[in-house]
Each structure stands twice: as C-alpha cells, then as structure tokens.
Design a protein around this ligand. Sequence first.
Ligand SMILES: NC(=O)c1ccc[n+]([C@@H]2O[C@H](COP(=O)([O-])OP(=O)(O)OC[C@H]3O[C@@H](n4cnc5c(N)ncnc54)[C@H](O)[C@@H]3O)[C@@H](O)[C@H]2O)c1
Ligand SMILES: [Zn+2]
Length: 354
Amino acid sequence: MTPILIKAGQEEYEAFVGSRLLERAGELIAQKLNGTGCSIVSDENVAAHYAEKVNRSLTNNGFRPTLITIPPGEKSKSLTEAERICQRMSEAGLDRKSFVVALGGGVVGDLAGFVAAIYHRGIPWVQMPTTLLAQVDSSIGGKTAVNTKNGKNLIGAWHHPTLIISDTDTIETQPARERRQGFAEILKHAVIRDAEMFEMLQNVEQQDLASLIRRNISIKASFVAADERDEKGERALLNFGHTVGHAIERAGGLHDLLHGEAISLGMVAACEISVRKAGLAEQERDRIVKSLHSFGLPTRMPPDFAREKILEAIRFDKKFRNQAVRFVVTPAIGSARIATDVTMDDIAAAIKAL
Ligand SMILES: NC(=O)c1ccc[n+]([C@@H]2O[C@H](COP(=O)([O-])OP(=O)(O)OC[C@H]3O[C@@H](n4cnc5c(N)ncnc54)[C@H](O)[C@@H]3O)[C@@H](O)[C@H]2O)c1
Ligand SMILES: [Zn+2]
C-alpha cells in the first residue's frame, strides 16, 4: 500500500489509509520510531473497540505501551486532562525517548497531540484517527490544542505527527450522525478545490470510502503544504462555511448541532454570499445545497433558532476584530478565494435566508 506523503515546512510524514491497519500499527511504527516506551491515549468509547488490538500490535513489535483513557467528548480537550495524561506518563516512566499514540477522533487527536508537544518539551506522536472527520481533516496539518472557558483551541501548539495510520474499518463503528458530519468537510473540500470529486459525490451510494479518504487527505495536505502556519491566506480557504458555521455553533444554545451540521448551514450561507459577491451561478449554489441535503446534513435553520444571536457571535469572531471582513467565497464549484468586500449586511441577509 502506498502511503500519502504530507509535506509541511521542513517536515515530511506519511499517512497510511486502508482496511485492517490497526493490527499492523506496531509494524508500521517500528519503521519510523526507535523508542520503546509509549502511551496510547484514547477515549472510553474508542478504547472499548480498538485499544486491545493496538496494544497487542505494539507489544508484538517490541513496544511497551501504557493505555490512558479520557472521557469521550469535547469537554476532555482541557488543560486539566492534558496535565492528567502527562502525570500518568511520568508515573509510567515514559521519558523523552517515548512517544504518544492518539487513538480516536479529533478530540483525542488534538489533546494527545498537545500532550506530545509539551511532554519533555516535545516527543513524537502517531495519529490513529477513528472518525471520518479526523481521517479527512483534523489528523492532517499539525494543529494541536485544548479549549479554555473563553473559547475553543485557545491553547495549543504546532506539532506534526511522525505518522498517520487511518484504518478505514474503524468508521464502521462510528455512530451514523457523527459520520455524516465528516461528509460536510468532504463536500467543503470538493467545493473549494475539486470539482471532479464534487461530481463523484453526487452518487451517494457508490462511494469507495478508502479512496475518498485518500483524495481528501491529499486536498487538505495541499493547503497545508502551501501555507503550513496559516499565515498566507491559502490555508484560510479551508474555513469555507466556517465563519457562519462557528457562529451558529456558538449561538446554538439548546439546539446542539454537531460541528459538521453547523458547517453545512454555514456553507449554505457562504454559497448565498458567493452568488451575490463572487458570481457563483444560482444553479451551482442549488447543486451544493442539494448535495449537503443528500448526505443527511441540514440546509435550513431549525425554525425556532434565535438567528440574531448568530450575527452577534460573528461580531465577536476573532477574525473580525479589525473590522475588515475576510470571507471565503466560491466563484464556481472547485475553487475558492478570500473576498474583502463582504459586509455584515450581506452576512445578515444570508443568515435570514437560511
Ligand atoms: N486539529 C485540527 O486541525 C482540527 C480540525 C478539525 C476539527 N478538529 C477538532 O476535532 C474535534 C472533533 O472531532 P470528532 O468529530 O472526530 O469528534 P470526537 O473525537 O469527539 O468523536 C466523536 C464521538 O465518536 C466517538 N468515536 C470516535 N471514533 C469512534 C469509532 N470508530 N467507533 C465508535 N465511536 C467512535 C467518540 O468517542 C466521540 O464520542 C473538535 O474538538 C475539533 O476542534 C481539529
Ligand atoms: Zn470544520
């Protein structure tokens, strides 16, 4: 199996994608890392399914793993949890030659990656993403973080993994609603970069998941290679749908929409704005909305949602502090650019139409 090469600044690492890879984890890691001590960080749900398999594979290849589990959910992405993991690693005698294995979704990836970035001033880590979102998005690009009470991902570090092992069989045990949100990011990739993949996705039933995941890793990796530290505006294009989407998440209150669901709505709004400001054909907008819908993602706001709160949340967005609204638009399916002429009124109108 040919891995995908990911280039980021000075660093290069590989992503293996396919079936039955967790049982080969030890063998794949042995080709890259020489330390023997390691921690497997996972959440309770994922550990129940896969920790034993990974543990066995590592042990069979001469590694000495310590399993550390966290409660599932976004709440675990905290400094407290990071400290607890570091503590457990110290108690297990893991030194700076050791490494971390992140076995789980984006929550485990962000948290365990952050621990790897700070433990003994930085040790290597291996990502084993087990959700569709983590396989196509969060495992690539080296962003690690925990949340604080003031906001998401406010404390973090850049720390690329040494290796990514994406076992596509793990997606089968992922709850359906969680899996659907991965398709929001996949459709995002299609809209901003890959018109051909957008066409392929019209056939919802006939998806070869492994090749779809590989294609999406390559797309995300291309943005990362062009703009590793998110400074040049290229990586910012990945925020398509996220300005309004994040605001919907923050305004959510009782309607607890998943990230991908909020992003789906955010993309509908971004398409509306793209029609007004970037010349997106109405017909293309309709096709995008229809695709989101066909993957079971929401394209209309719940009727009783407090829409005014969304706009309020956008005004607080860190990206808008200097007043200039930088908004990602798509002029045509398969392309994206940053527009600087999108006004709050445009955004308000798009939210009203949702
Ligand atoms: N670092 C980045 O670049 C980046 C990018 C996008 C998102 N993120 C982060 O990713 C996080 C969201 O990730 P997520 O959607 O994967 O959520 P998650 O990690 O919370 O996983 C979702 C749920 O599915 C369960 N689960 C995971 N894999 C499973 C499996 N194979 N079988 C059964 N259950 C399984 C988990 O226990 C959890 O309850 C957010 O914190 C977000 O900030 C990071
Ligand atoms: Zn997202």
